[in-house]
Design a binder for this molecule. Structure first.
Ligand code: ATP
Length: 524
């Protein structure tokens, strides 16, 4: 149902004289205003910069007529919160007996106690007035206050609306457009969509996907809780080793998603979530970026560390906004690093209430049938994860990312000496280096290559040789026994969490020698 229609029905049913519209898109305000002019006897507008104005429609546009106060202004401001007595404001200038006024407010936030009073005001009900608050921060208003208001959640933008904007702009400026533009704009609101298209025409005299992508990156970053992840240029090729994981994911994730009709015809549910677990630096983020390229989907990171705020209700609001934006951009890949940060249901302590609510919010979103985002969540501590995450259905597969074996280490070294950077190698045996780097993570192998290059640079030579790698190796401090133990723990976790028997068997085979060695060492 259209969001304005939703408002109309609730108002007709006299649910509340106050409506909360969760957006600050000026285009949505404009849509509502145009509709309200035909529905209400008088329509007023209030914002922080212009105060109260009466809206009038002329033949060609809508006009704002400032309302000059004779005595003290019934609308007063305190900090960013508005203390308002709209009845007083409305009656101040107009016939007390008249009915059906609409006051549209475009404000950053409003005090819950003001909303409470307004929603319960018998005068407003009696005169069928409506106060419609447009604000981007509605979700931080306490639930018990929201419950007595009409809540309206317009979409950020629909595909049809974006196509409509594109049609208008391409006609006016005589520029070409195609389906890709409408998709690229997903996640931008109507105002932002229009402005980026105009910016593109001003700069390039055409509609540029690159300019849209840049702008979108900026807008997403501004949300504070989301960030665009750049897909790897060459996809899985840039990930050294982990062949078993790549094969598994290719067969079980990539193929069904690239052939959805075939998968559905066979009754295969499309995969929507992966949980990767393992020590830091083993390439989990890299993998998400690689998958984005393989699936040709945009990738976004949900910045778990930015979700929690000290302000009441803001953490929930942050997550809600982020999830809404993700839904608009979907299908896409959403990377959630250290998903354990989002807490669990049995949380206790100072912020336990907030943590539990945030956790519940994420869980219910993960379980939503219509969710099209593909989640890649990671954790270094799978043992601490709430049971709800481990239960079948939340994540299709749980995949261990362990320290690379020797073949994988060689592949990673090759990635960082040739695919990532063209290192001028002299006489160097990378196999030997791979052998000498047991329990190094991918990130540490990359660091090793960088340190070897630095040594060569210091020596002012043209080629990086074995000697440079040896010096670099000596500079590393890796606690082998600690890592052995870690590895054992992760393998045990893999045994518990990984639900695909064949994959697990192959994984164990890969690490069999190590397990044997470990068992001997531990005397089991
Ligand atoms: P964390 O758990 O700390 O977030 P992570 O497992 O996500 O770590 P990444 O951030 O993906 O690890 O890895 C860090 C860097 O290490 C990568 O950007 C990449 O340069 C290098 N790296 C890690 N694994 C590999 C790999 N398999 N192949 C090539 N490079 C790798």
């Amino acid at each position: 149902m259209n969001w304005i229609e939703e408002f109309r029905i609730k108002t007709y049913a006299a649910y509340s004289p106050v409506a909360l519209v969760n957006t600050n898109d000026p285009k949505r305000v404009e849509q509502f205003t145009l509709w309200a002019i035909g529905e209400f006897n008088k329509v007023f507008h209030f914002d922080l910069f212009h105060g109260l104005r009466l809206i009038k429609k002329t033949e060609t546009a809508i006009d704002f007529e400032p309302i000059k106060t004779q005595t003290s202004n019934p609308l007063s401001l305190s900090a960013s919160n508005i203390i308002i007595d709209p009845i007083q404001a409305l009656h101040y200038f107009h016939d007390l007996q008249e009915k059906k006024y609409c006051l549209i407010m475009e404000i950053p936030s409003i005090k819950p106690e003001v909303l409470w009073d307004l929603a319960k005001d018998p005068e407003l009900f009696l005169h069928e007035h409506s106060i419609v608050v447009f604000s981007p921060n509605i979700s931080s208003i306490p639930e018990y206050v929201k419950d007595i208001c009409i809540n309206v959640e317009p979409p950020i933008s629909t595909l049809e609306e974006r196509k409509e904007i594109l049609k208008g702009i391409s006609k006016t400026f005589k520029v070409k457009t195609n389906g890709k533009h409408a998709n690229a704009l997903a996640g931008l609101n109507l105002h932002q969509s229009q402005s980026v298209l105009l910016e593109s025409i001003a700069k390039n005299k055409k509609l540029s996907l690159d300019i849209i992508a840049e702008y979108k990156k900026e807008i997403i970053k501004r949300s504070g809780v989301l960030e665009i992840l750049t897909p790897l240029k060459k996809g899985f090729e840039e990930i050294g080793g982990y062949e078993l994981v790549k094969d598994f994911v290719s067969n079980n994730i990539i193929k069904p998603l690239l052939n959805p009709d075939k998968a559905r015809q066979l009754g295969l549910r499309l995969p929507r979530g992966l949980l990767l677990f393992g020590p830091p630096g083993t390439g989990k983020t890299l993998f998400a970026r690689g998958l984005a390229k393989e699936l040709q989907l945009p990738a976004i990171e949900l910045l778990t560390e930015n979700i929690f705020s000290k302000y009441v209700g803001e953490s929930e609001s942050n997550l809600k906004k982020a999830l809404k934006l993700i839904d608009e951009i979907s299908p896409c890949i959403v990377f959630i690093d250290e998903v354990d940060r989002l807490g669990n249901r049995s949380e206790t302590g100072g912020d336990a209430g907030t943590s539990r609510r945030v956790f519940g919010q994420l869980l219910s979103w993960l379980g939503k049938k219509e969710r099209q985002a593909i989640i890649i969540a990671t954790t270094n501590t799978p043992g601490d994860l709430d049971f709800a995450f481990k239960r079948a259905g939340r994540f299709d597969y749980k995949i261990p990312f362990l320290y690379p074996d020797e073949d994988a280490r060689l592949a990673i070294l090759r990635v960082h000496t040739s695919i990532q950077r063209n290192v001028p190698l002299g006489k160097v045996d990378l196999k030997e280096v791979a052998r000498a780097t047991q329990y190094y993570s991918g990130a540490e192998l990359e660091e090793l290559v960088i340190r070897a290059i630095r040594v060569a640079f210091r020596q002012n030579v043209d080629l990086v040789t074995q000697e440079h790698f040896d010096i670099a190796l000596d500079s590393f401090r890796i606690n082998f026994s600690e890592r052995q133990q870690q590895m054992q723990n992760y393998l045990e976790m893999a045994e518990q969490l990984t639900d695909d028997a064949q994959f697990l068997a192959k994984l164990k085979q890969t690490y069999a020698d190590r397990i044997e060695l470990l068992k001997q060492k531990l005397g089991v």
